[in-house]
Design a protein around this ligand. Structure first.
Ligand SMILES: *Cc1c(COP(=O)(O)O)cnc(C)c1O
Length: 529
C-alpha cells in the first residue's frame, strides 16, 4: 500500500481551503474551474512512480565507497496523469503574458511570437552543443553574427559582446570593459556616478565592480540634472551609468551633452539600454557618445522572460572599448563590415580578436551565451525588418501615452506636464484615502484579472506606479485596463477600505512578501508543514 509522505496530510476529497472564504464555500475548496492544489509532498508518495523503470542491479560492487546512499531519496511520486494535473493546476494559479496584459514598468513584457519558438526548436539550432567541432556549427555561429550585425547597426556602435546572460550581467560586462580600458591607460579611477532616475541594478553593478557609487540628482522634470553632473566630474570619476529612456519613462534629452562632459573629464559613458524598445530604429546610442550599453533581448526583442530567465544581455561597445570585451565577441573589421564567420577564420570568432589587438578582460560565461535567445531575437528582427522595428518602438510609445492621458485625471501623474512619455507611464499615490496605498490598488488589480504594475519604483515618486503596456496590446485591451485602473483609482481616493484586504478572488491573498524574500522556505520538511 502507498504510504503518504505527509502522515497527517491531505487525502483526496478533503477540503484544503477554509470554508469561511466567500459567500459560497465549496467542500473541495475548488472555485468552479479554479482548482485548489496541495504541494506534491502532501499528495505524492515514495512508492509511486509515473514511469516503469527496470529493476536496478544491486549485486554490483559500488564505486561510490562511503558515499553510497543507504536510505531513500524521499522524493514524492505520482502517476503520470496525476503529475500532469498537479503541474497544470499550479500553472493556472499563475499569470502569464499569454493570459493578459502584463503592465510591469521597465520590464517590456511583450508578446513572444510563436514563430520565434518554431525557429528556436529547429534541430540545427536546438541540438547543437558548444563542444561540437566549429566546422559543424557554422550555421549557429552565422546566426550569432547576423544578430550581432543588427545590434551594432541599430545602436550605431562598433562591437558587441554577445555572451552576457541578462541585463544586469551585461551591465557588469560593460563596467568591467570600462575598468579594463582605464587600467590599460594607467588611470585607476574610483567613482561611478549614477543618477536617481537610473535602474536599481546600475548602482549595484558599479558597487559589485568595486567602485564607490555617487548619486546625481534629478531635475524637476525627472531628468538628470546636467549642471549637478558637470559639477561632480573630475579625475576620480571613472564614468557614469545613465538609463535612457530613464525609469521615469522619459528620454534623457541631454545625453550628448552628458557624454561630451564625461569624456572631457576623462571618464566613460555606460548607458542602460534595457528600455531600447522605445527608441530602436529612431535613435542610435552610438551617435550620443555612449561607450557601452546592454540590450535585453528578453525585452526589446521579445524573447521570453520565463520565470526570471534565461535572459540575454548583449553589450554593444564603442571602438575605444571593443578591444576589452569578453571573449567571444564580434566587431567591425577595418573595412567597416561586421565580421562574418567563415570556415577558415571561424577560430577568430570563437576565441580571438581577429585584428590581433586583443586586450579582453576575460570571459563572462563558459560558452557563447544564450543560443536559444539569439535564434528567437534574430527571428523577431528578421520578421519585423528595419521598418517594422521602428514602428514597434513608435507603437510602444503611443500605447504608453494613451494610458498616461486616459488616467492622468484620476491618478497623480507627476511628469505629465513634461510632455509625452516614452515607453511607460508613471503615476503616484497622491490623493489616496489615508489608510490606502499603492499596494492596495495593485492588489485590487489582481481581483480585476491583471498582473500588478511595477510599484514603489522609481524612488523619486511617492507610491510610484510604473505602467508599460508595450506595442503588442490592442486598443481594446488597453481600454479594459483603463476601466479597471480608473475604478480602482476612484475607490482608493474615496477611501474604500475593502481594498486593504484585496485580492478577494485570488487563490491566495496577502502573503508576507518581506518574509518570503528574506526567509524563503525552499525545502519542504514534514515538521514545518
Ligand atoms: C530589466 C532592467 C534591467 C535588468 O535586466 P535583467 O535582465 O533583469 O538583469 C536593468 N535596467 C533596466 C532599465 C531594466 O529595465
Amino acid at each position: 500500500m502507498n504510504k503518504p509522505i505527509n502522515q497527517s496530510g491531505w487525502k483526496p476529497g478533503t477540503p484544503v481551503a477554509s470554508l469561511e472564504e466567500g459567500d459560497h464555500p465549496t467542500v473541495t475548496g475548488n472555485k468552479a474551474l479554479m482548482l485548489e492544489e496541495p504541494l506534491i509532498f502532501e499528495i505524492g508518495t515514495t512508492e509511486t512512480c509515473g514511469v516503469d523503470l527496470p529493476e536496478t542491479q544491486t549485486d554490483l560492487p559500488s564505486r561510490l565507497g562511503s558515499f553510497v546512499r543507504t536510505d531513500g531519496t524521499g522524493l514524492p511520486g505520482l502517476s503520470e496523469p496525476e503529475t500532469v494535473r498537479h503541474y497544470t493546476r499550479l500553472s493556472r494559479q499563475n499569470y502569464a503574458i499569454d493570459l493578459g496584459l502584463f503592465p510591469l514598468g521597465s520590464c517590456t513584457m511583450k508578446h513572444n511570437p510563436r514563430l520565434n519558438e518554431k525557429v528556436a526548436r529547429m534541430p540545427g539550432f536546438a541540438d547543437v552543443h558548444p563542444f561540437q567541432p566549429v566546422s559543424t556549427v557554422q550555421g549557429a555561429l552565422g546566426v550569432m553574427n547576423e544578430l550581432a550585425h543588427w545590434l551594432i547597426d541599430l545602436t550605431g556602435m562598433h562591437g558587441v559582446a554577445m555572451s552576457p546572460k541578462a541585463g544586469a550581467h551585461g551591465e557588469l560586462c560593460g563596467i568591467l570593459c570600462i575598468r579594463a580600458a582605464l587600467e590599460a591607460r594607467g588611470d585607476a579611477r574610483k567613482v561611478v556616478l549614477v543618477p536617481e532616475s537610473a535602474h536599481g541594478t546600475n548602482p549595484a553593478t558599479a558597487a559589485f565592480a568595486g567602485y564607490a557609487v555617487e548619486d546625481i540628482p534629478a531635475d524637476k522634470d525627472g531628468r538628470v540634472d546636467l549642471e549637478a553632473l558637470k559639477a561632480r566630474l573630475g579625475p576620480d570619476v571613472a564614468g557614469v551609468m545613465i538609463t535612457n529612456p530613464n525609469t521615469c519613462g522619459l528620454f534623457e534629452r541631454d545625453m550628448k551633452a552628458i557624454s561630451d562632459a564625461v569624456h572631457d573629464a576623462g571618464g566613460l559613458v555606460y548607458c542602460d539600454g534595457a528600455n531600447f524598445n522605445a527608441i530602436m530604429g529612431r535613435v542610435r546610442p552610438g551617435d550620443l557618445g555612449v561607450d557601452a550599453m546592454h540590450i535585453n533581448l528578453h525585452k526589446t526583442f521579445s524573447t521570453p522572460h520565463g520565470g526570471g530567465g534565461p535572459g540575454s544581455g548583449p553589450v554593444v561597445l564603442s571602438e575605444a572599448l571593443s578591444p576589452f570585451a569578453p571573449l567571444p565577441y564580434t566587431a567591425r573589421t577595418k573595412d567597416g563590415v561586421v565580421h562574418l564567420v567563415e570556415e577558415e577564420n571561424a577560430d577568430a570568432f570563437s576565441e580571438k580578436h581577429f585584428d590581433g589587438a586583443m586586450q579582453s578582460f576575460g570571459r563572462m560565461t563558459a560558452f557563447h551565451g544564450q543560443m536559444g535567445m539569439f535564434t528567437r531575437a534574430l527571428t523577431y528582427i528578421l520578421s519585423h525588418g528595419a521598418d517594422g522595428l521602428r514602428q514597434a518602438a513608435g507603437d510602444a510609445v503611443l500605447n504608453a501615452n494613451y494610458l498616461l492621458r486616459r488616467l492622468e485625471d484620476v491618478l497623480h501623474a507627476p511628469f505629465a506636464d513634461a510632455g509625452p512619455c516614452m515607453h511607460e507611464a508613471l503615476f503616484g499615490d497622491e490623493g489616496f484615502g489615508e489608510r490606502l496605498s499603492t499596494l492596495d490598488l495593485a492588489k485590487g488589480l489582481i481581483d480585476e484579472g491583471f498582473h500588478p504594475m511595477t510599484m514603489y519604483f522609481p524612488l523619486v515618486v511617492h507610491g510610484a506606479m510604473l505602467v508599460e503596456p508595450t506595442e503588442t496590446e490592442s486598443k481594446a485591451a488597453l481600454d479594459q485596463f483603463v476601466t479597471a485602473m480608473r475604478s480602482l483609482a476612484e475607490r482608493a481616493k474615496a477611501g474604500d477600505e475593502t481594498l486593504t484586504t484585496a485580492p478577494h478572488h485570488a487563490p491566495r491573498a496577502r502573503l508576507d512578501e518581506a518574509q518570503a524574500a528574506r526567509k524563503p522556505r525552499l525545502v519542504w520538511s514534514e515538521e514545518a508543514s
